[in-house]
Write a protein that binds this ligand. Structure first.
Ligand SMILES: Nc1ncnc2c1ncn2[C@@H]1O[C@H](COP(=O)(O)OP(=O)(O)OP(=O)(O)O)[C@@H](O)[C@H]1O
Ligand SMILES: [Mg+2]
Length: 243
């Protein structure tokens, strides 16, 4: 395995009227290609701040972030958005789907913004919908789907640019246990296909799916453990036509 992402002395401060919030105080981490990482830690410890920086959604106050072999910490907005579309996929707790759009249209959204929509990419989005088990829901709108199905749409959308790294912030936070397991099976399958996955979670049960657990506290890395054995690995995880 080789390092796909590396942060060096990463600092993020927020200037508020009440004073300075030091959200990250000099974080050093290497992520290997194919890593499956759970970011844990108490509320306010800096998990989402770190994930947003890793996702090039924000810039650090100090320090460096290397993605592949590029230092992205000093890039401007256009360069960051190019990097995001080339390397990164995002999954959020609240799915962030567009209510008026169908399943396939939601999966297409990143391509729409990039002006890359055509017949070929349409078919690719249909295949992604099928891959996450929504082949019979292509024309449904988000309100006609369960929470788990909505998150599957978001996962398919995150894959549309064939990203190297998938970043997930509390992806199962709104889901019941059974549905959370289905989503984790899907993420595990993607990891086994070679995607690097970095996910924030509060839940030990969810972190168990990862190969590595990084714990944050007060803007620092408190511990970083690689597991020799992962508890649950599904045998045939890609759901195909299961629902
Ligand atoms: N946009 C912002 N402006 C000001 N302060 C912020 C901003 N975003 C985060 N913070 C502060 O930075 C610190 C870290 O926040 P962050 O959202 O990264 O925590 P977290 O570990 O994700 O917490 P949670 O588990 O509650 O989601 C907190 O003290 C928070 O109040
Ligand atoms: Mg958070």
């Amino acid at each position: 395995m080789s390092a796909i992402a590396r942060v060096v002395n990463l600092v993020k401060n927020y200037n508020l009227e009440g004073g300075l919030v030091q959200a990250l105080r000099g974080v050093n981490l290497d992520f290997e290609e194919g890593d499956f990482v759970a970011l844990m830690g108490p509320s306010g410890s800096g998990k989402s701040t770190l994930l947003n920086l890793l996702g090039c959604l924000d810039r650090p106050s100090a320090g460096h972030y290397y993605l592949g072999n590029q230092d992205v910490s000093q890039m401007d907005d256009d360069q960051l958005s190019e990097i995001r579309s080339r390397y990164l996929g995002f999954i959020f707790q609240s799915y962030n789907l567009i209510a008026q759009y169908t399943v396939v249209e939601n999966i297409q959204v990143p391509l729409l913004y990039q002006g890359k929509m055509n017949q070929q990419t349409y078919h690719r989005c249909v295949r992604l919908a099928q891959m996450v088990g929504l082949g019979d829901r292509l024309d449904h709108r988000p309100t006609q789907l369960s929470g788990g199905q909505q998150q599957r749409v978001a996962i398919a959308r995150s894959l549309v640019n064939n990203p190297h790294v998938i970043l997930a912030d509390e992806a199962t936070g709104n889901l019941d246990t059974k549905t959370s397991i289905e989503i984790m099976e899907l993420l595990t399958a993607l990891n086994e296909m070679g995607k690097t996955i970095i996910m924030v979670t509060h839940e030990n049960d969810i972190a168990e799916w990862a190969r590595r657990v990084v714990r944050m506290r007060d803007g620092n890395v408190e511990s970083d453990e690689r597991k020799r054995r992962v508890h649950r690995r599904p045998t045939n995880p890609l759901v195909g036509s299961r629902r």
